[in-house]
Design a protein around this ligand. Structure first.
Ligand code: SF4
Ligand code: SF4
Length: 139
């Protein structure tokens, strides 16, 4: 049954299961992510690159631990206040506006994303969430 949703919070609620922090997909780091996280961890950038990151496709990503989780996962995200843009934006990303089947594909691995919602409602909420994020960055 299709449910009515009005806001991004109606559409997604993180269950803190950690599934999105596991498996090698690569959590890409922007320059400002790296500066923020290394400062939070009290590491110099060289040490941060050496001990926490690895390169993937020519870009830095957070390395994976032996248990398959992100190196910075320990029953929860250990850098939650400064986590990378990619993690903060999840699951409200532009590719969903291009094709809502991306929402359903992502939801297969994320129990916090509702799928009993029409494509139109998904698009509206995702667009509003992205807009809100851009506005907050511009402030
Ligand atoms: S997989 Fe989804 S519900 Fe689980 S921690 Fe990640 S964002 Fe939250
Ligand atoms: S930085 Fe935090 S939220 Fe992002 S993948 Fe690692 S543990 Fe998960």
């Amino acid at each position: 049954m299709i449910s009515k949703v009005r806001t991004a919070d109606d559409l997604f609620s993180c269950q803190r299961c950690g599934d999105c922090c596991k498996g090698y997909g690569g959590t890409y780091l922007t320059q400002s992510d790296m500066e923020r996280i290394s400062r939070y961890l009290g590491m110099r950038s060289e040490r941060f690159m050496r001990d926490v990151c690895q390169m993937s496709g020519g870009k830095p990503v957070i390395a994976q631990a032996e248990n398959g989780y992100c190196l910075l996962w320990d029953q929860q995200c250990t850098i939650h206040p400064v986590k990378p843009q990619m993690c903060r934006r999840w699951p409200f990303i532009e590719s969903i506006l291009v094709d809502t089947s991306n929402w359903h594909a992502m939801a297969a691995g994320c129990p916090g994303m509702r799928v009993d919602v029409s494509d139109d409602q998904i698009r509206k909420c995702v667009r509003a969430a992205i807009r809100k994020k851009i506005d907050s960055l511009l402030k």
